[in-house]
Write a protein that binds this ligand. Sequence first.
Ligand SMILES: Nc1nc2c(c(=O)[nH]1)N[C@H]1C(S)=C(S)[C@@H](COP(=O)(O)OP(=O)(O)OC[C@H]3O[C@@H](n4cnc5c(=O)[nH]c(N)nc54)[C@H](O)[C@@H]3O)O[C@H]1N2
Ligand SMILES: Nc1nc2c(c(=O)[nH]1)N[C@H]1C(S)=C(S)[C@@H](COP(=O)(O)OP(=O)(O)OC[C@H]3O[C@@H](n4cnc5c(=O)[nH]c(N)nc54)[C@H](O)[C@@H]3O)O[C@H]1N2
Ligand code: SF4
Ligand SMILES: [Mo]
Length: 721
Amino acid sequence: MKTALRTCPLCETACGLRLTLDDAGSVLRVEGDKEDPFSKGFLCPKGAALGQLDEDPDRLTRPMVRVDGELRPASWEEAFAEVHRGLTGIMAEHGRDAVALYFGNPTFHTMAGFLYRQPLTQVLGSRNVYSASTIDQMPKHVASGLMLGDPMAVAVPDLDRTDYMLILGANPVESNGSLCVAPDFKGRLQAIQARGGRVVVVDPRRTRTAELADEHVFVRPGTDACLLFGIVHTLLAEDLVKVDLNVNGLTELRTLANGFAPEAVEQACSVPAATIVRLAREIAAAPTAAVYARIGTCTAEFGSLAQWLVDVINVLTGNMDSVGGVMFAKTAGLEIFRSGQPFATGAWHSRVRGLPEVLGEFPVATMADEIETPGEGRIRALITVGGNPALSAPGAPRLARALSGLDFMVCVDPYLNETTRYATVILPPPRMLQSPHFDFLVQIIMVRNYARFSPPVLPLRDDQRSEAAILAKLLLILAGQAADADPAGAEEMLLGQLLAAVPELREGLEGQDGTELILDALLKLGSYGLSLEAMREAPHGMDLGPLRPRLGEILCTASGKVELAPATLAADVPRLLRRMREWASERDTMVLIGRRHLRSNNSWMHNVPSLVGGSNRCTLHVHPQDAARLGLGKRALVRSAVGELEVMVELSTAIMPGVVSLPHGWGHEESRQKVAREHAGVNANALTDEAVMDPVSGNAVFNGVPVTVVATEKASNLERK
Ligand SMILES: Nc1nc2c(c(=O)[nH]1)N[C@H]1C(S)=C(S)[C@@H](COP(=O)(O)OP(=O)(O)OC[C@H]3O[C@@H](n4cnc5c(=O)[nH]c(N)nc54)[C@H](O)[C@@H]3O)O[C@H]1N2
Ligand SMILES: Nc1nc2c(c(=O)[nH]1)N[C@H]1C(S)=C(S)[C@@H](COP(=O)(O)OP(=O)(O)OC[C@H]3O[C@@H](n4cnc5c(=O)[nH]c(N)nc54)[C@H](O)[C@@H]3O)O[C@H]1N2
Ligand code: SF4
Ligand SMILES: [Mo]
């Protein structure tokens, strides 16, 4: 028996875990690490299932290569030779834009994903770069970038000190929080209440977070920008503004807000004008307040406007960069990457739909267009790293068909799943416990500055490759080197770039492999004068103190001021005004939203028996009033502009009438994963429409999708066992 300390790599919350393993390396028990200064013993059911997930017998242990149309196990040498053949051939014949990259959600968490993402993108030199960002948080980056200059300057609620928290479109009691890292988010919300503060939740569904709150406000999906504008309008009209930062654009903001008086927006968003006015007054009157909005407001038609208005309210009420309001974390290893250059979008545009590049990426919502549309620059090969777009992207069935028509596809992924089934080569990373872990990106969004390093718990076997070594090989192949090039060369290249100004640091670096050496370098170059050695000496993690005001270090707009009415966003306001009128008259249209469940995470945790079944089901939540009106029984057919699905109906008074909710990440009927196949569910993204997006950020729209729902008696996917 052995115990090991480990950061949970499964979600943004980064909980400290204490594992008990047997001599064979099998996980016997997972507990929260009580000595972790940040998570203090908290863990969720997914963290508790880390061992089962890591030891899932359906995880791939060997590379797979397609031979005669079928994926077969192969050696690493064969697999890399095939990758070399496929990619170099396509790049030589069709140019570099013919090869696309897709980085999925886990690449935001793994060390290898973080370290190799930029280098792979740079070395490939293709415009066709996609990531889970444009099916998630891109509107936040755009709003921060345009207001503050730095797209990575994500303002985080000062959860532990605020007196008032307005939450829109987030359900942290189930999701554990996103763009706001706070282990035991629920306990921290309850602590706000215990110290006399107030929590208000705006959501079309009375979620577990809404139930805990002091007040829950139902909002019509997709209309948050109107509601938020109503709050801004009130703050300005009632002179409740106390701006204590150097700002630009207050006059323009006033003009833009003109059309959004609370009485003008209430019809569209279904929130009474009196409630909007009261919320504005409450935020302004609270000693400190934080407005926080997540996925429900990002994956919507006006995602960027909503994210902008959230921070406008934080600025107008004196809560931006201030204790108890929203602030900016100070990372241990990333500050050197701040460019200091003002953010802009649209340096180039996509070939088919002419969409602007945002952070060097095109929207996932246009990936199928770029694969299917003939002509120069068409995508013919795709590299995916830790992503499952065949389930997670809008209009997913069309994208899956497009993937099946690619000339070549290589997937770095531990599973043969709905996406990797189209691969020519699958390169599986080792078990999570065989990889070192340090959450680089999550440090940007923590409610307290904190760092923790977990060395690998288990060694690699000879027939395995670390994820970093896999990505290093891909990097070398893209750089034109031979299939058998030594991945250590890529690591030295990265170190060389990092230490260009201080090459003398190279000699003193330590680490078991290239990944650890690079981490040591970043920590030594970082804000707190840390090192890998210092991290090893603090195996429970290191508290680096509460958030402190630091906007002065981050702000990099051209004006040097906080931009309250950036031109790119102001230009999108007329579209909102038009849509607002339509919403007011479309009140009978049924709309679809998503749903997350505590025991699930996107598409890839449905193969662990303890995480599926029970209440974690892929059902359509329908309000009983709607069900009666539509004559729905157990099953229903849901139709959208792009597809239809037969679903199991679950009545719920928690959902707003006129709204139905279906979780994403399901639809495993053809999966090779045994347990997941038995709990197949349906793919919600068969209903979402890739033609509709937030045009400013290119973000997909998963919430507020117009649908019709009719009764059906056909046998359902859900019941097929
Ligand atoms: N258990 C679990 N945890 C997860 C994940 C998971 O799949 N399962 N996924 C992880 C990932 S990748 C992310 S990005 C985070 C997301 O974390 P959260 O943002 O907290 O995500 P959700 O739980 O989906 O909460 C979104 C809420 O928005 C509401 N909503 C839908 N449409 C609208 C709208 O138009 N307006 C408003 N105001 N609300 C709306 C929904 O009803 C829902 O309650 O969670 C992470 N954590
Ligand atoms: N309708 C609807 N669709 C949504 C959402 C929604 O709310 N509603 N949410 C969106 C959001 S917020 C997100 S983040 C996206 C997620 O979209 P994706 O990132 O495309 O999908 P995931 O389901 O997270 O798939 C993760 C993949 O990574 C693999 N993987 C797991 N661990 C590792 C690892 O250590 N290394 C590597 N290389 N691979 C690994 C898994 O096998 C899986 O194939 O989905 C989006 N899609
Ligand atoms: S909340 Fe759960 S999944 Fe997320 S890091 Fe903590 S234990 Fe892991
Ligand atoms: Mo996400």
